[in-house]
Design a protein around this ligand. Structure first.
Ligand code: CU
Length: 473
């Protein structure tokens, strides 16, 4: 049985499934650029240029709000002209050590470190940026040129700053616009990205990497707390947050402030935020890696629905763990007809002895009920094939692995294969029974493949689709 709700989901997400790749020319408008150290916002970004799907004000990490900064901060985010987020950022960032001697640290997110945004030669420890370092605090980089400590670590190099650029890099990948900030706190290098897709999805991404030190070589847990101040459709006092458990078919609307956990991973718990008038909003879906670390006495919560209080961006604590004062944010006040804020924890387990690992986390924000008319779609994404949501790979470009999510409206047998540009089949990525409207994740492992563009093609009994991935080596 498909419910109207699920149909609405498919309609909203489906428009993004088969987006035409836009030309690689500069398609991002950067205006109101203000790099002064007194600036409260550093610039306005519109993408694609001319007829933007996404618009927002951005703040570089060194200017970000909160006690310890909050990373690459976005303000006044509009999707197809409609306000969705008043503010998005990460005001709380903790590291928790499993072994003795290092305990835990509250890290800061307002110290930027250099990275590469221009073409580079070599890789890993020998990677070198070529050309002059852009002087602007917001730079429109050619897609694929953003190279931070995370990528460097993944290529086996020890920590270090791979370039001199600080500030915000923006890239246009055709069906996706990505903004990047790169930060440093002690031994750690934190990369924060916002991915905005033509189909309305948002992927807030956090990546944890490090330099080698006695503590970073111990097993530890990273916890970033996203603060998402939704003001869907510009009416701040009528957004509604709910929790959905698809396994028990339960939807719980939060009438009062609350701290929550996603519970058993197989339950697939996620959260929704909707405008009380238009019902437009987002599903906030944890990624599998986010779910790897359940809450404990240190991390406290997976999600939290609270009332907006001006300037109240964190738990008021300069040190770890999460202050008991965080409960003052969620102390059972009513959420009815209030401006609501959603908090979400993205965490990663960083296993000792592998300090060069870069752990990439973050939920998926999937748009719902942003009904688009035919005229709005002209020149935009192609119409979706019936009954299939095939998302773009993330990350993309990638090295060495990436993943792609899909759902079919009806249960059916599905194969997903990887082809090279000549059409030669390279790998079978998925072969099996896809359940009715349940997300499946397909992994692409490029370890043994040459760099280049590949096509991922899905064939079902009554659906088909494809998406492109770029392996950078
Ligand atoms: Cu780590």
């Amino acid at each position: 049985m498909r419910t109207p709700y699920l149909l609405a989901c498919l309609a909203a997400v489906g428009t993004l499934a088969f987006t035409a790749v836009r030309p690689a020319a500069a398609q991002i408008d950067i205006t109101a650029l203000n790099c002064a150290t007194s600036a409260t916002t550093n610039g306005h970004i519109a993408w694609p240029a001319g007829d933007p799907i996404w618009e927002m004000d951005v703040v570089r990490p060194s200017r970000s709000s909160g006690l310890d900064g909050s990373g690459l901060e976005i303000l006044n985010v509009r999707y197809r002209g409609r306000l969705v987020l008043k503010r998005g950022h990460v005001p709380i960032l903790n590291v928790e050590y499993v072994g003795a001697g290092c305990s835990c640290f509250r890290d800061w997110s307002d110290s930027e470190t250099g990275y590469c945004v221009t073409p580079r030669t070599g890789s890993g420890a020998s990677a070198v940026c070529t050309g002059a370092t852009p002087s602007s605090c917001i730079y429109n980089a050619s897609p694929g040129n953003v190279y931070t400590t995370c990528e460097r670590n993944e290529e086996g190099a020890a920590g270090g700053n791979p370039g001199q650029f600080t500030g915000i890099a923006v890239e246009d990948f055709g069906d996706e616009m990505v903004m990047t900030g790169n930060m440093q706190a002690g031994w750690y290098r934190y990369r924060m990205k916002w991915h905005f897709y033509a189909d309305g999805r948002i992927w807030p991404e956090y990546s944890y990497s490090a330099a080698s030190a006695s503590c970073t070589n111990q097993t530890h847990r990273h916890h970033a707390y996203w603060r998402l101040d939704f003001d869907i459709d510009g009416t701040p006092n009528n957004d509604v947050i709910a929790e959905v458990n698809p396994t028990t078919s339960t939807t719980t609307t939060f009438t009062n402030e609350v701290q929550r956990t996603w519970g058993t991973a197989s339950d697939g718990v996620y959260w929704t935020v909707r405008d009380g008038d238009t019902n437009a909003g987002f599903d906030i879906v944890p990624s599998a890696v986010d779910r790897m670390l359940p809450i404990d006495s240190f991390s406290k919560l997976d999600a939290m629905a609270v009332r907006y209080v001006a300037g109240n961006y964190d738990d008021g604590s300069p040190s770890c763990p999460i202050s008991p004062n965080v409960t003052q944010l969620a102390n059972n006040e009513t959420l009815a007809n209030q401006d609501v804020v959603f908090w979400y924890r993205s965490s990663a387990l960083h296993v000792g002895g592998d300090p060069w690992e870069c752990d990439i986390v973050g939920p998926s924000l999937n748009p719902q009920n942003f009904v688009t008319t035919g005229s709005e779609e002209e020149g935009g994404p192609e119409a979706p094939a019936d009954g299939l949501v095939l998302e773009s790979a993330r990350p993309n470009p990638f090295n060495p692995t990436t993943s792609i999510r899909f759902r079919t409206a009806e249960a059916q047998y599905v194969t997903v294969k990887l082809y090279d540009v000549t059409g030669r089949e390279v790998a079978v990525l998925f072969e099996g029974y896809a359940r009715e409207n349940r997300e499946e994740i397909v992994r692409v492992d490029g370890t043994a493949l040459p760099g280049g563009t590949y096509v991922v093609r899905l064939e079902g009994e009554n659906v088909q689709g494809s998406t492109r991935v770029i392996l950078l080596k």
